[in-house]
Design a protein around this ligand. Structure first.
Ligand code: SF4
Length: 423
């Protein structure tokens, strides 16, 4: 995957479409890679390898001691099988599709300097013989459920694809698919070419504003990956005002003055608790009903994400760049003991009569499958394979997964809700 990203990248389009000035505001902040992003890049390279191999191209299998696991093999297989299914179906529809892997698309006619890389771009025909442009995107993440319906990232890729191939092929229908195996999210959205092009026209003014750094800051769930978030005034204002207005009343309760006589004139029962008067209290004593809690959940999730971002930013500035943070200092955390020379450890232990130094482990399900082949594996061990139900989690109603029948669900611990409604 290329490392170069457009200023108005398709992957951040949800952010700049909702908050146009964010693109320029975050410019001064480095785009630091995370272990999740690196794992995602590795997964994409495995996906690319599997599809190119199916297309009979000469490719080398990507290697990574750090990231390769049997689970990655499984989730990239889900993507591979989906892609191959789309290609084979077009072939059954009587056409030899145009299949482009990791295709760079240019949508600068919509968003200034806009370009990106589509995981898969396929042009072919549907069962009725109509021309189809199909964009397929792999998502390795397990945190945010990526909605395919009117997905702006895939729509921009599709506009780029149309720009490049729309005049050669009679494309009438646009299909966009997200394959996000870790969340069982394999979904396709379909629209007409006209609908997509109309959407492209509609966002041109916003894209221009974003490119020029104009418009209003507008906090929302799209702030998640904004690099300006820790220092964004709009985010801080939103988070703090919710705390002040909805939960905490700095001028009431423990901080308010009793209109009656001084505490000396009150009985023990009436005398106000001499609490730390700098601590804000809940506006109305009592319990918050579930309906109110549910109403503020989306904002609470955003606040929690903003708090995390502020801590991460300040910590990184202090630890990585030695920026002084008034009232704080950098210290060493706890560490675990480790062997410095494993061979010497084994030699010494054996020389002193100790045995049983190693553990034996059964190879994994995927390793068995690889060793035996899928067919033989199913014949011999298929009856011993089960797929346990996934962990229960509370998610927003908009999530497309069907609700669990809790009366018949096995007992489980709950999973913590996050801003995407996922664990
Ligand atoms: S963090 Fe601030 S600048 Fe970034 S998207 Fe949110 S509101 Fe806009």
């Amino acid at each position: 995957m290329p490392d170069v990203h457009a200023l108005l990248s398709a992957s951040s389009s949800k952010q700049w479409l909702h908050c146009p000035p964010s693109v320029r505001l975050q410019e001064g902040f480095p785009n630091e890679s995370s272990v999740y992003a690196e794992e995602g890049t590795f997964c994409h390279s495995v996906c690319e390898y599997k599809v190119r191999k199916y297309l009979k191209e000469r490719v080398k299998r990507p290697q990574s001691e750090e990231f390769y696991t049997e689970e990655i093999d499984q989730i990239t297989d889900v993507y591979y099988e989906f892609v191959v299914g789309v290609i084979e179906e077009m072939k059954r529809n009587g056409c030899e599709p145009l299949v482009l892997v990791e295709e760079r698309v240019d949508y600068s006619h919509i968003a200034p300097s806009g370009f990106g890389t589509a995981d898969m771009l396929i042009v072919g025909r549907d069962a009725d013989g109509k021309g189809v442009l199909h964009i397929i995107d792999f998502k390795a993440g397990a945190g945010i459920y990526v909605e395919v319906d009117h997905n702006s990232q895939l729509s921009l890729y599709a506009l780029g694809g149309l720009h490049a191939y729309g005049y050669i092929y009679p494309i009438e229908t646009i299909r966009m698919s997200i394959v996000q195996p870790r969340l069982d999210n394999v979904n396709t959205f379909e629209c007409s070419r006209e609908e997509l092009e109309a959407w492209g026209e509609s966002i041109k003014p916003i894209a221009k504003m974003a490119f020029e750094g104009k418009g209003e800051q507008n906090p929302g769930e799209w702030c998640r990956f904004c690099r300006a978030k820790p220092v964004c005034k709009a985010c801080a204002k939103e988070a703090l005002s919710l705390c002040r207005e909805e939960f905490l009343d700095l001028d009431a309760g423990a901080l308010s003055e009793d209109p009656r006589a001084s505490p000396d004139e009150l009985s023990d029962l009436e005398a106000p608790y001499q609490a730390d008067t700098t601590t804000p209290v809940f506006k109305q004593p009592g319990l918050i009903p579930m309906t109110e809690l549910a109403g503020i959940l989306p904002t609470l999730n955003r606040i929690s994400s903003w708090i995390e971002a502020v801590f991460a930013y300040v910590t990184s500035e202090a630890v990585n760049h030695a920026v002084p943070v008034p009232g704080y200092k950098v210290v060493e955390g706890r560490s675990k003991r480790v062997f410095t020379d494993t061979k010497a450890v084994v030699d010494t232990a054996v020389a002193n009569g100790y045995t049983d130094l190693y553990k034996q482990q059964l190879i994994t399900l995927t390793e068995f499958e690889k060793m035996m082949g899928k067919k033989r594996f199913n014949e011999l061990l298929g009856e011993y394979v089960a797929k346990p139900p996934g962990k229960l989690a509370l998610v927003p109603e908009s999530d497309p997964r069907p609700p669990v029948d809790l009366n018949n669900a096995p007992d489980q611990e709950f999973a913590v809700l996050t801003d995407s409604g996922e664990e």
